[in-house]
Design a binder for this molecule. Sequence first.
Ligand code: ZN
Length: 355
Amino acid sequence: MDMRRISIVIALACGVWLTAAVTTAAAAPCLVVTLTGAGGGPPNFGGLAGPGTLVRYGDDSDNCGAMRLQFDAGRATSIRLSQVGVSPGQLNAIFFTHMHSDHADGFADIMQLRWHFNPKGPKLDVVCSADAVSPVGFTISCSRLAAHIADAYLQSGEIAQRLSEDKSRPPGGPAELARVVAFEPKNEPQVVWSSGDVKVSAIRSAHMPGHASYRVDTPAGSVVIGGDAGNDAFAPPRASSTSEQVEKLAMGADVIVHSTIHPVMAPDKGSGMPPPFYFRQSTASDLGAMAKRAGAKHLMLTHLIPPIGAERQGPWKIPGGPLTEADYRKAAETGGFTGNIVVGTDLASVRLPAK
Ligand SMILES: [Zn+2]
């Protein structure tokens, strides 16, 4: 090898090293938390999608998009996902906080789209509480929801018709593409799902049988998804409307995403909302106090009851008239939280680290 060739080899080697160094520097891990729906409860209002949160993790080179985890899937979840460029086939896992239909209405749509466009898999991990029997006798079952997710379309003949067009689709329909990962919710955090650098823990929380709250830990930061958690004591006297278990889960977390009720809906203020419905949610002011105690940097209030600007919450009136974004912000600040408050709207996002 002559000197000219040697210097070319050295130059190439340096080039490779430089490229590698630049790639390493640019590939800082990042996390994006996006509300796929900020609607709260079964009523529709103002085009808000049903409750759900998308957590994306990756690095700068993939726009934080290597992993996509969906928590709850209310109405129109797939539409909101499409607005951030995520297709149902790209979800790595879906987690359910509980089985109220407003948190699951969009699941059938997601599974149908996966069956339609990603028939060869992989199966979607559906992570949720094991069957929970209520004291009054009924059973809440995420695994049965998943197993029967497309029964209406099997019955209508639609699945058979689509199958005749593409025989690579699993013959049993969309349910065949769900892999349920059920866990028994406990009073201490337990890891229920992990992949690479990403770990998801769950804890038992109260709202309805089988309710669980989640925490995602990644090298870029952590986020807690409380769902509709409330205090185990369903009515006063109690120290807070928030869940002690969720607070334990949230200790040191960067972001808390939580369903919220405004204190104006309290039974003594004249909304007419039945006390049990009010008391099974966490108030914005108590969430502010919990976020402060947990040391969170961001509090994302979602599933707002009532929605901003609404004259009514379903059949119930809003004492003093429609609420504003500032009303929710003020309530959370009353609790003492001085970090970043996001009053939830569809597609509101927090990125870690901030850009
Ligand atoms: Zn809810």
